[in-house]
Design a protein around this ligand. Structure first.
Ligand code: 13P
Length: 257
């Protein structure tokens, strides 16, 4: 019922020239894969080039952040109005932004509302760090982050958006969560919470991704879980062969389910 969505978060990687090379190396193969929504999230500087290259294909484009105001004296920021010309999706509240740039649940909430107000689909990132995980606080942390991000967002908007569960300890470490562990948080905590907040009907529509050291060898296990609707891929999305393989594997597992 939910179309799985796999997004590549390139983070602060790739010049415009490198971005063009990467897209050209995977575009045709990605375009041909059906049953999975495919999204590329390059840095702001490469959004325009990537958008032109994927025009007319089934590949969509996302940004990695957004500011909540439409325009004005906010040096260095990029507004939803500007992004709307370039992409369909926007990653909001990535743990790296929370950790290095002081992003708070309140800021995430303002960004989510601004994105939705301009027709951009937020990919909201949540996830506990190692310390919180070891202290048994995963459910508490993820619940607080989801509630914070969605404060005041009406049900008809919530059903459009994407949530990415990315345990911080699994990001860039080569140590992913287990599929069962990710399913427990995604199904047992996040989708359950959405059902409590907005009802079963809405909770069933929201797509929830797993992120953290996803690769071609482990994507099958994640996508086979009942509540995991795709992945947010970092490092492996910078390698054309790996990213194509991740999406191909996901499509295969889904078609066999
Ligand atoms: P890695 O796939 O490199 O672990 O990164 C995950 C991530 O942070 C995607 O947003």
């Amino acid at each position: 019922m939910r179309t799985p969505i796999i997004a590549g978060n390139w983070k602060m990687n790739k010049t415009i020239r490198e971005a063009i090379q990467l897209v050209l190396a995977m575009k045709d193969e990605l375009d041909a894969i059906q049953g999975i929504e495919k999204v590329l999230c390059p840095p702001f500087t490469a959004l325009s080039a990537v958008k032109l290259l994927v025009a007319g294909s089934s590949i969509k484009v996302g940004a990695q952040d957004i500011f909540w105001e439409e325009k004005g004296a906010y040096t260095g920021e990029i507004s939803p109005v500007m992004l709307k010309e370039l992409c369909d999706y926007v990653i909001i509240g990535h743990s790296e932004r929370r950790k290095y740039f002081g992003e708070t649940d309140e800021g995430v909430n303002r960004k989510v509302k601004a994105a939705l107000a301009h027709g951009l689909i937020p990919i909201i990132c949540v996830g506990e760090n190692l310390e919180e995980n070891e202290a048994g606080l995963t459910e508490e942390v993820v619940t607080r982050q989801v509630k914070g991000a969605l404060e005041g967002v009406p049900a008809h908007e919530v059903e459009k958006l994407v949530i990415a569960y990315e345990p911080v300890w699994a990001i860039g470490t080569g140590k992913p969560a287990t599929p069962e562990g990710a399913q427990a948080v995604i199904g047992g905590t996040i989708r359950k919470l959405l059902a409590e907040m907005y009802g079963e009907g809405v909770a069933r529509k929201v797509r929830i991704q797993y992120g953290g050291s996803v690769n071609p060898a482990n994507i099958g296990g994640f996508i086979a879980q009942p509540d995991i609707d795709g992945a947010l891929v970092g490092g492996a999305s910078l390698r054309a062969k790996d990213f194509v393989e991740i999406i191909r594997m996901a499509a295969q597992v889904k078609s066999e389910a």
